[in-house]
Design a protein. Structure first.
Length: 255
């Protein structure tokens, strides 16, 4: 099991349970989160909390799986990437507010999922990383759109071009995440926010969520550009070299 849903009556808690791989994404987690987001259409649900088991939010995609995709035709690669993009779109479309409770860190597609949430509660020592470039790949899951909305251009470029991690404390100072907390308390802080949301006007909150999201333009269009670029990057000589080097735990020799 890599995805668990706890239904607490007025809220749902979705746990990514793959701690041995820092909660790297799996099809089972995709299924669990999609099921939870569908359940959250019930008016009784006032909030959805996303968390990771074992003190880490999510390490993103499994590069071993990506290594097998480069042999697929381009249409096949696009379809695989589309599953992540559909998940991110479902988070954004969920009528109930979605809260990310981030301990440890959120990397790659894990950062895409966290930043797609309406509120992000993070431990002050958690790190957010968009290190695709180190494997010869490009960000996906709407991450470039999220970074453009949330942080200054220089910070977005440094994260994407160099793969440098940024602490939650720094992102909070930039206004990119909503709440900062002591290590080990992110889930409790997320529940405190959910307590407030669940006693509020549900329909109004859903309208507010949509209005704020629409004010930033259409992230789906940028996500589609990412999907096309990622499909090309996975099968490129640099992508192949980068993924192989990452899996072999060595520095890549770029062609």
């Amino acid at each position: 099991m890599t995805g668990r849903i706890d239904d607490l009556g007025d809220r749902l808690v979705v746990t990514n349970e793959n701690p041995g791989k820092r909660n790297a994404l799996t099809p089972a987690y995709y299924d669990a989160l999609n099921d939870a987001l569908e359940t959250a259409r019930d008016p009784r649900i006032g909030a959805v909390i996303l968390r990771g088991a074992g003190g880490y939010f999510c390490a993103g995609g499994n590069l071993a799986a990506l290594a097998t995709r480069r042999d697929l035709p381009r249409a096949g690669r696009l379809a695989k990437i589309g599953a992540l993009h559909d998940l991110v779109a479902a988070i954004r479309a969920c009528p109930a507010p979605v809260i990310a409770a981030v301990e440890g860190g959120a990397a790659g597609a894990g950062a895409s999922i966290a930043f797609a949430c309406d509120l992000v509660v993070a431990a002050e020592d958690a790190r957010f990383t968009a290190a695709y470039v180190k494997a010869g790949l490009v960000p996906d899951g709407g991450l470039t759109a999220a970074l453009a909305m949330l942080v200054p251009r220089a910070t977005a470029m440094r994260m994407a071009l160099l793969g440098d991690p940024v602490t939650a404390a720094r992102l909070h100072a930039l206004g990119a995440i909503s709440d900062l907390c002591a290590p080990g308390t992110a889930e409790a802080a997320a529940h405190a926010l959910a307590d407030r949301l669940c006693t509020g006007p549900r329909v109004t909150q859903g309208l507010i969520k949509r209005l704020v999201a629409d004010a930033y333009g259409d992230p789906a269009a940028q996500a589609e550009r990412e999907r096309q670029a990622m499909a090309d990057a996975q099968a490129s000589p640099e992508g192949m070299a980068g993924i192989d080097a990452f899996l072999a735990k060595r520095k890549p020799a770029w062609p």
